[in-house]
Design a binder for this molecule. Sequence first.
Ligand SMILES: [Zn+2]
Length: 126
Amino acid sequence: MPQQETLGEQTSRKKTSRRGPRPKHIPRRMCAVCRESDAKRELTRIVRTPEGTVEIDLTGKRNGRGAYLCDRRTCWERAITTPILGRALNVELSDDIRNALREFAAGLSDTPTEAAQAVNSEEPTP
Ligand SMILES: [Zn+2]
């Protein structure tokens, strides 16, 4: 059947789309602190908006320079206490964003017992 031949020609032509010899560059998300890019880990995007503010970007689609943090509490704490994140975003982190990061980190279910202890110790003793 001539029909089949044309069909085969078309598909084979589609498949021979050129690919360079070097491997395709896939932009991988990588935690700015631990530098791990494990796909299994949940990474949260932190974005420096064009307005110059730093925000936690839960949609992952906001404009601006982004950096990722994995779901490890230790990475968030290092992001808050060290210049790593600020350097990744090329901006100085304000107290506001540090507080926001701290709040977000507290919500991570990494070490719930630790969070409970922190709450207890913060309670004012009469
Ligand atoms: Zn990390």
